[in-house]
Write a protein that binds this ligand. Structure first.
Ligand code: FBP
Length: 264
């Protein structure tokens, strides 16, 4: 494992990674709630908030927008991704190389792995090459560890998320990005299963401020090391307010009530 403590991706050992690869993964519909977010510049503007330690984007967005923000925030180069138009078995092809990400100033690489898919063997082979190339560049690897496929009935079941975080450790990821399994106890098990691999919560579709902050708080109290989030920040009319509250919960050990009050 690469020690992440002093990396640009962390603050006090924890991370808040703002994800914005949705234009590829989900398409225009994700930007409809706040039409200004269609312009990647709007979301990049949020990365100057003190709470944000990293931004996760695809190649084209990184090439165009990251050069103006490289002094403000760490780049997590999201190397693979697939569109919502693809209806086949879950698989996510690699769209740019680790070498090119390093050239663009990446501080870490991100890679989705769909364990449980019929194409799992191919994805593991792809991930092997990425993880080893990232090691050559001393770049940490963040695995979007998303079990998915015909055999999987519930992709956020306790044991599924624990398995997801363990797979990240087994395959050499430094950070496991997993969905919230619904309780602090289940997240604790996921953190235990990951060993030295740091576990961060994946944001999910937009919920209320309180519901979202409670999941984040449970993740931090479970030993999780932060959050990688998209819609629950930039689909809000006032994303700065939720970032203020997230800063309290993730970095200041505040309760949800304290965080909401501080963000007023
Ligand atoms: P959200 O916080 O908006 O859920 O974003 C996290 C993320 O992993 C994105 O990086 C990615 O685009 C999206 O979720 C993929 O979600 P799914 O595969 O569940 O549609």
């Amino acid at each position: 494992m690469l020690p992440l403590t002093d990396s640009d991706l962390t603050r006090d050992g924890k991370s808040l990674i703002l994800a914005m690869d949705h234009g590829l993964e989900h398409g225009p519909s994700d930007f409809e709630p706040v039409p200004e977010t269609l312009d990647p510049e709007t979301v990049f503007g949020l990365t100057t908030h003190d709470a944000v330690t990293g931004v996760a984007v695809q190649k084209g967005v990184a090439e165009t927008y990251y050069p103006s923000y490289e002094d403000d925030v760490a780049l997590v180069a999201k190397l693979n991704g697939t569109s919502n138009l693809w209806m086949g078995e879950p698989y996510s092809p690699q769209n740019w190389s680790v070498d090119y990400a390093a050239e663009l100033g990446a501080d870490a690489v991100g890679y989705t792995v769909y364990s449980g898919s019929n194409r799992e063997p191919e994805m593991y082979e792809d991930f092997r090459d990425v993880q080893e190339a990232a090691r050559d560049h001393d770049l940490p690897t963040v695995m979007w560890s998303y079990p998915r496929g015909q055999a999987l009935k519930n992709d956020t079941a306790d044991e599924t998320i624990a398995y997801a975080s363990r797979i990240a450790l087994e395959l050499g990821a430094d950070v496991a990005k997993v969905k919230f399994p619904g309780s602090q106890d289940a997240m604790e098990q996921a953190v235990r299963m990951a060993g030295p691999t740091k576990v961060v919560m994946s944001g999910g579709s937009k919920t209320s401020d309180r519901a979202f902050l409670e999941d984040v708080k449970a993740t931090i109290d479970a030993g999780g090391k932060g959050l990688a989030v998209g819609r629950n920040v930039w689909q809000r009319e006032n994303p700065h307010r939720i970032l203020d509250a997230l800063e309290q919960v993730i970095f200041e050990e505040a309760t949800v009530d304290e965080a909401l009050a501080a963000a007023e």
